[in-house]
Write a protein of this length. Structure first.
Length: 257
């Protein structure tokens, strides 16, 4: 036996091992985009590590773009799409409101795909979360306040998670950020009853694992929202220039909730 078959064993720092474990969970979709990691003390207990090692690991993952620390000191999982992907869309949407409609077209393709595969792969926990989302809207049908755009966005993110496709989840999370900013501001004219019935129809199809039914139910829902957003944008743009949508989005009056 020659000495060349032996290689030095690399000793990894504990912080590197912690970071690798968390990164693996993120990439495999076990920890999903937007999820908040447990508090530092709980993580130390779960991983059986010291505070300095944990902090060093989290700091490295923040630097790699897997995590971010919020203003209230929470650690959340970032979507894998970087600002290089998001920022150009943000610029386009501010420059030309018609880009919103192009985004909706892309959303139809992605979300109908989400519903189709969620119906195929959703676990019992996924279905329970979706049913709870529908039930939340049902219990607030009599409230005077309009539907929060975040409620709808969170519902669609839950469907993306139910696809069990980590790339799809991160892509949807990126689009969801943009949708919250530019579409949800026009939810004031959308009927809570309509949203409730449409969400319930999508969840029913997913719980029945009827893929085609889920896809069609989602397309009908997106078409409805698309129509209402266009009505709102057209009405607001007419104040500035009669039925001419060729104005910056920042100049449009929005019905913020």
């Amino acid at each position: 036996m020659t000495q060349t078959v032996f290689k030095p064993v690399k000793q990894e720092k504990l912080s590197v091992k912690i970071a690798n474990q968390l990164k693996e969970h993120i990439l495999e979709g076990k920890i999903k985009p937007g999820e908040i990691l447990p508090p530092e003390r709980k993580l130390m207990e779960l991983l059986n590590v010291s505070r300095p090692s944990l902090r060093e690991a989290l700091k490295s993952l923040v630097g790699m773009g897997f995590l971010e620390i919020t203003q209230n000191n929470r650690t959340i999982v970032k979507h894998l799409a970087t600002s290089r992907f998001i920022d150009p869309f943000d610029h386009l949407l501010k420059e030309d409101v018609r880009t919103v409609f192009e985004l909706v077209e892309v959303r139809k393709a992605i979300e109908s795909w989400n519903a189709y595969y969620a119906a195929k792969r959703a676990s019992e926990d996924d279905i329970r979360i979706l049913q709870e989302s529908v039930e939340y809207i049902k219990t607030h049908l009599e409230d005077e306040q309009d539907i929060k755009g975040d409620v709808d966005a969170d519902f669609h993110m839950a469907i993306a998670r139910a696809t069990q496709n980590k790339i799809q989840m991160h892509m949807m999370f990126s689009i969801s950020d943009v949708l919250r900013q530019y579409i949800c501001t026009h939810y004031g004219r959308i009927s809570k009853q309509d949203i409730y019935e449409q969400h319930a129809g999508v969840v029913e199809a997913i719980s029945e694992h009827d893929q085609d039914k889920a896809r069609m139910a989602m397309l009908e829902h997106i078409d409805y929202v698309d129509k209402k957003v266009k009505e709102s944008l057209t009405e607001n743009a007419a104040i500035v220039q009669k039925r001419d949508l060729d104005v910056p989005l920042s100049r449009l009056k929005t019905d913020r909730l």
